[in-house]
Design a protein around this ligand. Structure first.
Ligand SMILES: *[C@@H]1O[C@H](CO)[C@@H](O)[C@H](O)[C@H]1NC(C)=O
Ligand SMILES: *[C@@H]1O[C@H](CO)[C@@H](O)[C@H](O)[C@H]1NC(C)=O
Ligand SMILES: *[C@@H]1O[C@H](CO)[C@@H](O)[C@H](O)[C@H]1NC(C)=O
Ligand SMILES: *[C@@H]1O[C@H](CO)[C@@H](O)[C@H](O)[C@H]1NC(C)=O
Length: 185
């Protein structure tokens, strides 16, 4: 009897642990895929960033949960216009200069504009910089003319202006991709 109870208890405990591990690992799943359909010749930028014909790219409406130390990948955003190429940032329909610390966030973190014009704190390289959210890096669309035939954004991107990279003390040669953490400022 005792053993039976202990067994049941252990079983429940195991379930609980499994559940917690799953909940922890339950980051965010793709909400579908889009398929590259156009030949690279139509790629405006003529570089390897274009969607490959026939290849499937996952799309995301969610991003990993935000915490005090949200892990993300920092990319370089020219901000002569916006990431989507229509010259305007989504938050305020304006163009912004890359000389100020500004960022575009993946769709889930952009959160329908709820972080617009708010600041986030970016930590990397032993430094920290506050940057204003001005745009979305669309994780839910891509591989079309509107997005220069580029794949959808990953769901964990902080696409940052030159000013951010500079403030983090990253040498110019390395303004490409960097693991960072960020939080709402
Ligand atoms: C694209 O790049 C290829 C070689 O990488 C080059 O031959 C071609 O002229 C380029 N096209 C344009 C429109 O720049
Ligand atoms: C985040 O940091 C603040 C202060 O730095 C602290 O009060 C808060 O509990 C932290 N939240 C989490 C989820 O760690
Ligand atoms: C990003 O995709 C969503 C649809 O998933 C759309 O509503 C939004 O306008 C897109 N943003 C841009 C800048 O294209
Ligand atoms: C960045 O983080 C990812 C996942 O956490 C890891 O796989 C990768 O090795 C890291 N890259 C660098 C350059 O530290």
């Amino acid at each position: 009897m005792k053993n039976l109870k202990l067994g049941a208890f252990l079983l429940i405990l195991l379930r609980l642990v499994t559940y917690c591990v799953e909940a922890e690992a339950q980051v965010c799943k793709p909400s579908g895929h889009i398929r590259g359909t156009l030949p690279p010749a139509l790629c405006k930028k003529n570089d390897s960033d274009c969607c490959a014909q026939g290849k499937f790219y996952p799309i995301y409406r969610c991003s990993p949960t935000v915490s005090n130390q949200t892990k993300a990948v920092l990319t370089l955003n020219p901000f002569q216009g916006d990431v989507e190429g229509d010259g305007l940032c989504e938050c305020d329909n304006e163009c912004h200069s890359g000389d100020t610390p500004i960022v575009a966030l993946s769709t889930g973190w952009y959160n329908g504009g709820r972080r617009c014009l708010n600041y986030i704190t970016i930590n990397a390289n032993g430094r920290s910089v506050k940057a204003k959210v001005v745009d979305e890096c669309n994780s839910s669309m891509g591989c079309d003319a509107d997005h220069d035939y580029e794949p959808p954004c990953a769901n964990n991107i902080v696409s940052a202006s030159k000013a951010v990279w500079k403030a983090l003390g990253v040498s110019r040669d390395n303004w490409d991709e960097l693991n960072i953490t960020w939080s709402d400022a």
